[in-house]
Design a protein around this ligand. Structure first.
Ligand SMILES: [Zn+2]
Length: 74
């Protein structure tokens, strides 16, 4: 049993039935999936589009640091 990364549906995949790199499609959402690893079987989305850097040119990642102050004054 594996989980579809696209829709989180449980897909019946026998690890002995597939090989790493095998492609299949999710029966729920029809997304093309690829076997990323075996035992446990993990699926990942097949990215057919080769966008090497779709984003990342000016991707300023703001470090959102939510440090919760757990200062309990005694
Ligand atoms: Zn799916």
């Amino acid at each position: 049993m594996a989980i579809c990364p696209a829709c989180d549906a449980e897909i019946e995949v026998d690890e002995f039935d597939v090989d790493q790199g095998d492609e299949l499609s999710c029966p729920e959402c029809g997304e093309a999936l690829e076997v990323a690893s075996l035992s446990p079987v993990e699926l990942e989305l097949v990215s057919e589009e080769e966008d090497e850097d779709k984003k990342g040119l000016d991707d300023e990642e703001e470090a959102v640091d939510e440090d919760e102050d757990e200062d309990e004054d005694d």
